[in-house]
Design a protein around this ligand. Structure first.
Ligand code: DUC
Ligand code: ZN
Ligand code: ZN
Ligand code: ZN
Length: 462
């Protein structure tokens, strides 16, 4: 199969030029000003941008959580990802504390293999650490899973003790794998929740006050201290506020290898959504919570300057009916609202609309934030995250002239609401290829379920 893409404006983290791209056997085989060859398919990309396939390094697809299950499967989830230009997902594998890591890893993998239309990998959740853990984790790392995930929050479900955190970081440092971390002080959160409920504060608008910015900053400080003590490389997922980012800075200045992520909801939503009438605020409950607008402005500067390296989603989809509603007062309260906002489909279009179209981000920074930096951080570069000879032909042909409106009535994700309902977008992926397979055409999924493969990622040492 030979695919020829002509006259596109190719934009990578460090280059911006017009050329033709030839794709053969899943990889980019030629890039030149003008390629003339008999191709099976030729796509005219004049007036379009060609980006490397986007990578979402933080999603949840299979997720038993808060008494229910996240809504998407790899069927809906990978189709939604591809329509949004995302050709690779890194999912959090989140075993319960009594679950065997190898069995959990095999279970999570079985949900994706043979079903996912896009490529995928996992961060291996470490939710318990005993004497059998190192050997088991080594086996998983040998399968190309070169990052761990720890939760400082959600004690009892996934959260680790400090002793376990120490051993996890030690092992990661030894193996050259990255420790990704959800940083919120779990005990402070539960104490605050109990206080608010005792005061009769039950609605979704109390979710944010139950986990204020200082609680997140405390988690960041705590995690960074463990990185410093063990020499491990860390990646802090979903930083939501100035305080969390600033808590990491002194460690970075002292040479601790810590990278920061934010997620798209924090960049385009603010905490006024939590106050919507009729319990609609529940649609916007995720953790860490959506903050006020001053933090949003700070985050935009931090992604533009490079202080924050990646924009992911933390895609964790729950229906409003039957799932978010589990936390509806007066019978229930905000602590029972499943945490998460469906967003895997909209990350790049929202970032482009609110970032590139407004002049806040350059095209090349956009590519770094949605693709290249994640590929580098998680051992996939230059196979993924750029457009060059020999790289995977994961390509997004982007139409900057497209105008549209986000709606649950047209989205691909399997939820009954869309947190970005009515948002107008400028630009979208018109054609998307995943290892050479045309998977999106005219913005619609045309790929095949099961095409996606587990990505072989390298460690920091390799
Ligand atoms: N936060 C969420 O909002 N959902 C899933 C897990 C998490 O950390
Ligand atoms: Zn998290
Ligand atoms: Zn501390
Ligand atoms: Zn998450």
């Amino acid at each position: 199969m030979k695919l020829l893409i002509k006259n596109g404006r190719i934009i990578t983290a460090d280059q911006d030029y017009v050329a033709d791209i030839l794709v053969e056997n899943e990889i980019v085989s030629q890039i030149a000003t003008s390629i003339d060859t008999d191709a099976d398919e030729t796509i005219d990309a004049s007036g379009k941008y060609v980006f490397p396939g986007f990578i979402d390094p933080h999603v949840h697809i299979y997720l038993p959580f808060m008494g229910t299950y996240a809504k998407d499967t790899y069927d809906s989830g990978s189709r939604a990802a591809l329509v949004g230009g995302t050709t690779t997902l890194i999912e959090m594998c989140c075993p319960a504390r009594n679950e065997d890591p190898i069995e959990a890893y095999e279970l999570w993998k079985s949900k994706a293999e043979g079903l996912s239309a896009c490529d995928f990998s996992f961060h291996m959740g470490v939710t318990i650490f005993d004497e059998t853990t190192p050997d088991k984790l080594k086996q998983i790392v040998d399968d190309g899973i070169t990052s761990f995930k720890v939760f400082l929050a959600y004690k009892g479900a996934f959260g680790v003790t400090d002793e376990e955190l120490f051993h996890t970081c030690k092992l990661a440092s030894e193996l050259g794998v990255v420790v990704t971390a959800h940083c919120e002080n779990a005990d402070l959160v539960s104490q605050r929740q109990a206080e608010l409920i005792a005061e009769g504060k039950l609605g979704p608008e109390y979710h944010e006050p139950s986990r204020p910015v200082t609680v997140e900053a405390s988690g960041v400080h705590h995690f960074c201290t463990f990185l410093e003590m063990t020499g491990a490389s860390g990646y802090i997922v979903h930083t939501s506020c100035r305080d969390a980012v600033e808590a990491a800075m002194p460690f970075r200045d002292r040479g601790v290898d810590v990278t920061l992520e934010t997620v798209i909801p924090y960049l385009v939503l603010d905490n006024t959504y939590a106050e919507l009438p009729n319990f609609e605020g529940a649609k916007y409950v995720m953790s860490p919570p959506i903050r006020d607008k001053t933090h949003q402005a700070f985050l935009w500067n931090a992604i533009a300057s490079g202080t924050i390296s990646t924009v992911a989603t933390d895609h964790a989809p729950f229906d409003f009916a039957g799932q978010k509603e589990m936390g509806r007062p007066p019978e229930s309260n905000f602590t029972k609202i499943p945490n998460g906002i469906p967003s895997v489909e909209h990350r790049a279009t929202l970032l482009y609309t609110a970032g590139v179209s407004t002049g806040r981000l350059s095209l090349r920074r956009f590519v770094e934030l949605v693709s290249t930096n994640a590929a580098k951080q998680f051992g996939m570069f230059p196979q993924k995250g750029t457009i060059q000879l020999g790289a995977h032909a994961d390509l997004v042909i982007w139409d900057p002239s497209y105008r549209g409106t986000i709606s649950a009535s047209s989205h691909v994700m399997d939820t009954d609401y869309d947190g970005f309902e009515g948002f107008e977008i400028t630009g979208r992926p018109e054609v998307v290829t995943c290892r050479g397979q045309v998977s999106v055409r005219d913005g619609k999924f045309v790929g095949s379920l099961g095409h996606g493969k587990l990505v072989q990622r390298s460690t920091k040492a390799e």
